[in-house]
Design a protein around this ligand. Structure first.
Ligand code: BDP
Length: 675
């Protein structure tokens, strides 16, 4: 039987018929009918989703919406609605759920069996509904379910670097999804599909515009457009955020200054915030890039980050809005090593931020490289909630051409022990605040979505959007578990296909490091667009915009000396990491050239010299991509031809690119090696 072509638009919400007779029989038995309790826009979305999913998955007409919880019914509603129907969730369980957690459990009522999906809010019921559908899509056992599932992080944002002209900074999947010209009058159906996809993985915040912001986004004309998007997102449990430009009081308000200490400036922001909340009553807040890469900020006036952040935070506080103040700063006058700047600027400010400010920190100290050690700010600001910022868009990962599954990288960061409060002080605990027994927590990721029909450019890049949402909800999930869920929902439940794709995905990140930037190398990409290799690039006006700045190849060796004999960035980490990174003999090899200038003849654990090991890594990376290509060819006929071809073409390019990386880098570095 030939398989129908698919364009990828449906993402992981394809709802194909359950192709396992045993499971199908179980699902039909447990979900004999559906009762949806309550009303409102969110419950309407629940109803529509079940209407779309269940008849398709179960390949039968499931009687929906009987009023009485009959035998073998799926009953969906808030705990209050359920209680009114005589289905009581004990108070202690309710309390554990908070606003967003959900329960999926088997329940007996008047001698009949029900399956309940419930939570304290309608949004929680929606998340629970998507979770149940995920169980069905991945053929899980649903007899005797007792799932109590709460998010570990409170604010889980997808942020868009979208410009008002429709372009996307670092976007590789077409133009922006937001049709600014048509808004607010015309609501593209795609906004709903986008919100639905986000809700299905637990995302509850969306920042609409680029951190390199334009004042236009804050004009009344554009706020009305943003409000129309916020209206679409609201019933999906998603709040809208904006990235304001710090100089807006001058650009829009005609003030002579944007100094945050000037009462007229603060008043201007207060009015702007009041206007926003009149239009968007549940507005989430501001994400701010200030005094970074030329963006205006408080330091332009001799004020500091805390002055700027607190002024905005004060304007937002009475509405419950928050400020995400980015720590992506690297002023050369602060330190000649870019990796050290943010720590040096922000640690002294700990304790000086308002409670509704998060300092938003990228996973590593430089910039979303294929591999970086975790950012030393994690664990170093005990009194300030830090938001972790990840990048789903594959700026430095072959963009939407290379198949690179990023969950392993994100897990590496989340699981890294900062030792801030002794062993067991993982980055995850810093972010979810369990390390400090605090509640405010936030995670952010730069989206990879765009107007391309399949949303993300590469079909496999959808996995990174999916994995981010799942990890943001529960960072204890493994990269493998998430990959497997995604494969089953997106491609197939055939065990062979699942196994094959999972192997490709789980190896793809390490392979990318191998063929691009092995052993702690970083920032070797071509200038500007960051696609392809250019290790010799040294024409930029700033030292740290040159690739030679990062690898420092010379006759003696390779790598950036960030040990105590060099910039001492290693000293920004807690003991014992500090000593471990500082010493060439104990530094983990994956970060070797990040922390050390290593002699070419230095022998690694493998017994190979640095130069031999480098070549070994490039070869291993290329071999993995070769293997992915072969494996993929073996799947022809097993998956739909349209997506098969699309991925095939990109894998071929990835294969060429991986070879190019190896060739260019070995030729270039080889010139320094003393033979
Ligand atoms: C870098 C990007 C640049 C962003 C910047 C940021 O190259 O386009 O504006 O990060 O995060 O990765 O602000």
């Amino acid at each position: 039987m030939s398989i129908k072509g698919e364009d990828g638009y449906e993402l992981w919400l394809r709802y194909r018929k359950v192709d396992d007779p045993g499971r199908l029989a179980q699902y039909r038995r447990v979900i004999g009918s559906v009762v949806i309790l309550g009303q409102g826009e969110t419950i309407e979305i629940v109803r529509r989703e079940l209407e779309r999913a269940l008849p398709a998955l179960l390949d039968s007409s499931v009687p929906l919406y009987g009023k009485e919880p009959a035998n073998n019914a799926l009953v969906v509603g808030t705990v209050d609605e359920l209680a009114a129907a005589g289905l009581v969730i004990p108070q202690d369980r309710r309390d554990r759920l908070g606003e967003e957690g959900f329960i999926i459990c088997a329940y007996q009522h008047n001698g009949s069996n029900q399956l309940l999906v419930t939570g304290n809010s309608a949004a929680a019921v929606l998340t629970g509904t998507f979770h149940l559908l995920r169980l069905l899509q991945t053929y899980q056992d649903i007899d005797d379910l007792d799932v109590v599932n709460c998010p570990r992080i409170r604010h889980r944002l997808l942020v868009h670097w979208d410009n008002v002209d429709g372009s996307i900074e670092r976007g590789y999947a077409g133009r922006t999804l937001w049709q600014w010209d048509e808004l607010p009058e015309k609501i593209d159906v795609r906004y709903h599909d986008y919100a639905r996809a986000c809700a299905s993985i637990g995302i509850n915040g969306v920042a609409l515009n680029n951190v390199n912001a334009q004042a236009t986004s804050l004009t009344s004309e554009y706020l009305v457009k943003a409000a129309a998007l916020a209206d679409v997102f609201r019933p999906y449990g998603i709040r809208a955020y904006l990235s304001p430009i710090f100089s807006a009081p001058m650009q829009l308000g005609g003030l002579p200054t944007s100094d945050p200490r000037d009462p007229a400036v603060a008043a201007w922001w207060k009015d702007k915030v009041d206007e926003i909340y009149r239009l968007i009553p549940d507005f989430g807040g501001f994400q701010v890039k200030a005094n970074s890469e030329g963006e205006p900020g408080p330091q332009d006036y001799g004020a500091n980050h805390d002055d700027g952040a607190n002024m905005l935070a004060d304007a937002l506080a009475s509405y419950g809005g928050m400020v995400l103040w980015r720590a992506f700063v690297y002023d050369v006058t602060v330190d000649a090593d870019r990796a050290k700047c943010a720590y040096k600027e922000f640690v002294p400010l700990d304790g000086r931020f308002r409670p509704n400010v998060f300092v938003q920190v990228k996973n590593g100290p430089v910039d979303f490289q294929p591999r970086e050690p975790f950012h030393p700010l994690f664990g170093a600001m005990e009194q300030t909630p830090l938001a972790l910022e990840l990048q789903i868009a594959q700026e430095y990962f072959g963009q939407s051409i290379h198949l690179v599954y990023l969950a392993g990288m994100w897990k590496e960061v989340l699981d890294a022990d900062t030792y801030a409060k002794g062993p067991g002080s993982e980055v995850a605990g810093v972010i979810d605040r369990s390390l400090y027994d605090q509640a405010a927590s936030c995670i952010v990721a730069v989206a990879n979505t765009g107007s391309d029909r399949n949303w993300c450019g590469h079909h496999f890049s959808q996995a990174n959007w999916y994995a981010y949402g799942r990890l943001a909800w529960d960072h204890e999930l493994s990269a493998g578990t998430i990959a497997e869920e995604w494969i089953r929902m997106t491609w197939s439940n055939d065990p062979e296909i699942v196994k094959t794709l999972k192997k490709m995905m789980l190896g793809s990140w390490l392979a990318c490091i191998d063929y691009m930037t092995p052993l702690g190398l970083h920032h070797l990409m071509q200038e500007g667009h960051h696609y392809g290799p250019d290790p010799g690039f040294s024409a930029a006006p700033r030292p740290d915009w040159n690739n030679t700045y990062y690898h420092r190849a010379d006759k003696e060796g390779l790598g950036f000396d960030r040990s105590s004999t060099g910039s001492n960035a290693a000293g920004q980490y807690y003991s014992p990491l500090h000593e471990q990174f500082d010493n060439l003999a104990t530094c983990p090899e994956e970060y070797l050239l990040w922390f050390h200038h290593v002699p070419w003849e230095h022998r690694l654990k493998s017994g190979r010299t640095l130069w031999e090991e480098l070549q070994h890594c490039y070869d291993r990376g290329v071999a993995f991509v070769d293997e992915m290509c072969r494996t993929w060819e073996g799947l022809e006929g097993g998956i739909d031809p349209q997506r098969y071809r699309h991925v095939s073409e990109r894998l071929k390019k990835q294969q060429e690119n991986a070879r190019e990386w190896r060739r260019v880098c070995t030729e270039y570095f080889g010139r320094f090696v003393a033979w």
